[in-house]
Design a protein around this ligand. Sequence first.
Ligand SMILES: Cc1cc2nc3c(=O)[nH]c(=O)nc-3n(C[C@H](O)[C@H](O)[C@H](O)COP(=O)(O)OP(=O)(O)OC[C@H]3O[C@@H](n4cnc5c(N)ncnc54)[C@H](O)[C@@H]3O)c2cc1C
Length: 503
Amino acid sequence: MSGTPDTDVVVAGGGPVGLQLAYELGLAGVRVTVLEREPDRPPHARAWGLHARTVETLDRRGLLDGVLDERARWPKMPFAGLWPLLDLTALRSDHPYLANLPQSTLEELLEDRVRGQGTEVRRGHELVGLADDGDGVTVTVRAGGGAYRLRGRFLVGCDGGRSTVRGLAGIDFPGTDPTVAAMLCDCTLPTMADERRGITRTETGTVNINPRPTGVVRVVVTEYHRTHADRDAPVDVDEFRASVRRVLGRDLAITEPRWLTRFSDTTRQADRYRQGRVLLAGDAAHVHFPYGGLGLNLGLQDAVNLGWKLAAAVAGWAPAGLLDSYQAERHPVAAWTLEHSRAQLALFKPDPDVTALRALFADLLALPDLNRHLAELITGVATRYPLGGEDPHHPAVGGFAPDLRVKTIDGPTGLARLMRTGRGLLLDMTGGSAFIGASAAWSGRVDVIPALPDQPPPYGAVLVRPDGYVAWAAPPVADVTNGRDAAALRTALVTWFGPPASG
Ligand SMILES: Cc1cc2nc3c(=O)[nH]c(=O)nc-3n(C[C@H](O)[C@H](O)[C@H](O)COP(=O)(O)OP(=O)(O)OC[C@H]3O[C@@H](n4cnc5c(N)ncnc54)[C@H](O)[C@@H]3O)c2cc1C
């Protein structure tokens, strides 16, 4: 089937990443259809934490307004179960904390926003086939005992670690097989007051006990010398208890098990994120052990990186290479994350050599600069993209734009709030009009806003991509009107927002 598309983008998978991507596309006015295999959203939450860069990113969409109170902002987080903890208050971030938000709450919030944009989220609809003919992608969908076809200009597989889209598109998923057997149980633990919180490491594995603010206790057991015979077999509470007993050498008084599941340290990454008109994001593109709490964060940032680029391709103004910059920017970040989760898992291995390494790491974590360095890597705050090539023109280029407080013609506001449109932003704080005039031809794709900063800003003017990263900046005050800055601005506008609109 070819011909007129039914929709611009088919998103396979209505998990957090698919919904975030749908939201980004919806902001740009792209027609999206989300296909979700499950008829209902799962009641349990896999992830519970959003790292600083994710919070910064979602804040630039207003998605967390009124969601996080002070109790949900944790100033510290563990690294490999070592002491001292990572001090998040030292992060160079607008949001220096770990946000305690269940994945299920985030999914609900995103689905409400997406439906509010008029996007169709088809629950109980499973993608089972695809054909990319170069002009569009026709997918086969199984639903309600029958099947139908749906044609989009692009398809994005946000359908999780065992992605059907990835398989059908012929994208390889190289990596390593499981070496450990892990299980999770959300339960009531009447002895919680007497239990050691956090991770206990023994000669066979680890047990992690974490009481949640809801009163439910999450217990995770990991055994190092075995793997699951059947990764899909349901977990019986007796199997879980037995595993805990093998690791702890005693029983845990688990009652009221609410959710039991098994997982492993399978670590894989798609060898490419794009095949023609088919793209991958989130767990469909990368899987790893959940130590560090990185998977959800990684996937949400994939979605925000990809959304505006795909919207530009749909709208027809995407400059050459824009869509491929998604893989160029995000593949290395995921590759690092996979290595990081391996490193954390290795630091728990029951082995005397590892015990010695742990002592060394604990010493290093006590050094404030090192502690912050590691925290900035894990929380994504250290993430930069090589946006300016070899000569980035200004040191801010490639980094994430902080939430500068400014006054505009509409009153006091901040850079984060100005980014809620999901468009590019040119914020000119020079008091002149040179940069405003130079960017006028892009005003359909970039919000061009003159402003007065509350504090001396790190730059006189800044061009921010919709994902929050700086594409161009001019130094503050003195030499703002020189021709080199204006020429670099034009280059950045053409690179990221296409040729100037005519007329
Ligand atoms: C035990 C555990 C704990 C975790 N803890 C954390 C943590 O603390 N922090 C963190 O950041 N990450 C954590 N993660 C990882 C995190 O949960 C995932 O990275 C995240 O869910 C990925 O989101 P996603 O949307 O890419 O995929 P998923 O959440 O897997 O969503 C994919 C969706 O696609 C649907 N689907 C699948 N196939 C099809 C199809 N053919 N057609 C239509 N729909 C389909 C599925 O039903 C599902 O709804 C944890 C993971 C596990 C297993």
